[in-house]
Design a protein around this ligand. Structure first.
Ligand code: CAA
Length: 293
């Protein structure tokens, strides 16, 4: 049924087919909203196991998003039919207008992916990274720099409206415009920003989360009371500890520690988060972080 697809099938961005590399939380979410809004989606990961996990996550989330449809299963199937799951970059990039890389935050892995993609993608294909913490320019590394930018979604992707479009010094206006247009077509509100650490949201949000952890460590208040305070006193949907558990403490630690290395004047370490990570407590994704799930 056409009803499950919210937008008209217009592709003013020039982007009808999108390849997403990485079927984790972010990649699956980006694939989901793209397919939901009529894009031809190819989701790439290394193993069948990863792809199956991504597929299950998309189906589960679509069931929630489409729960008011008369025939939920049919509406979900309609969106799923627009997603191809594959481990072949060559197959995934055939006729693709946009590549969104959404693998874990390792610069060398990301650069390798774009190096491989460069062999298979059409010349016109735009390359974008969903990095949260790395410099977009360092990931680009000279690969089609005018047609390379950041396209940063927020977790959970189906719920959060924002997309940061990151322009490096070399990203062309036409590329930034197409990325903005694409974000709008998949139901999001884009903003444009420069390639600075944390872009806009994380540059402001991460120091706030770190301050909350420091506050608890000093014994100023309990984590429960800090969470309650920010929800009821500042209108946040989640308190800082609840949010850290959603982001994933492993991911938070990776982000923070990479900034401590590259921008130590601006960002401090958070040993309490590192300790939880070394104890294997990653947050909601594995059942325990600051809280138990
Ligand atoms: N998929 C589909 N639907 C979802 C969903 C998902 N993953 N999560 C929530 N929903 C929808 C459902 O309709 C759900 O209703 P059902 O449970 O009946 O399905 C409804 O939202 C309400 O959800 P909840 O009752 O679970 O909780 P909520 O009202 O608090 O909303 C939330 C959940 C949208 C996540 C909200 O709490 C929120 O916005 N939290 C803050 C998230 C945030 O700040 N994220 C940014 C993280 S930083 C980041 O991503 C950047 C980075 O680089 C690290």
């Amino acid at each position: 049924s056409a009803s499950a697809t919210r937008s008209s099938l217009a592709h003013a961005s020039g982007i009808a087919a999108v390849t997403i590399v990485g079927s984790g939380i972010m990649g699956a979410g980006i694939a989901q909203v793209s397919a939901h809004h009529g894009k031809d989606v190819r989701l790439v990961d290394l193993s069948e196991e990863n792809l199956a996990r991504g597929k299950a996550a998309i189906e589960g989330s679509l069931k929630r998003v489409l729960k008011k449809e008369a025939d939920v299963d049919a509406a979900v199937a309609d969106v799923m039919a627009r997603i191809t799951f594959t481990s072949s970059m060559e197959e995934a990039l055939k006729g693709s207008d946009l590549l969104v890389e959404a693998v874990y935050e390792d610069p060398e892995t990301k650069r390798q992916i774009f190096g491989v993609a460069q062999q298979y993608a059409d010349d016109e294909c735009i390359f974008a990274t969903n990095t949260s913490s790395l410099s977009v320019n360092s990931i680009c590394n000279g690969v089609r720099p005018e047609r390379f930018g950041g396209l940063h979604f927020f977790n959970p992707v189906p719920m959060l409206k924002l997309v940061e479009v990151i322009k490096t010094d070399e990203t062309s206006d036409a590329t930034a415009d197409a990325l903005r247009e694409f974000a709008a077509e998949v139901g999001k509100e884009p903003i444009v920003c420069k390639d600075t650490p944390g872009f806009v949201v994380n540059r402001l949000l991460v120091p706030y989360l770190q301050s909350a952890v420091d506050m608890m460590e000093r014994g100023d208040a309990s984590k429960e009371d800090i969470d309650k305070a920010m929800k009821l006193g500042a209108g946040m949907p989640m308190g800082p500890f609840e949010l850290l558990d959603v982001i994933g403490l492993d991911t938070a630690a990776l982000i923070i520690n990479s900034w401590v290395r590259t921008h130590g004047d601006t960002f401090n370490a958070t040993p309490a988060i590192d300790k939880l990570v070394s104890d294997g407590k990653f947050g909601r994704k594995n059942g325990e972080g600051f809280y138990k799930y």
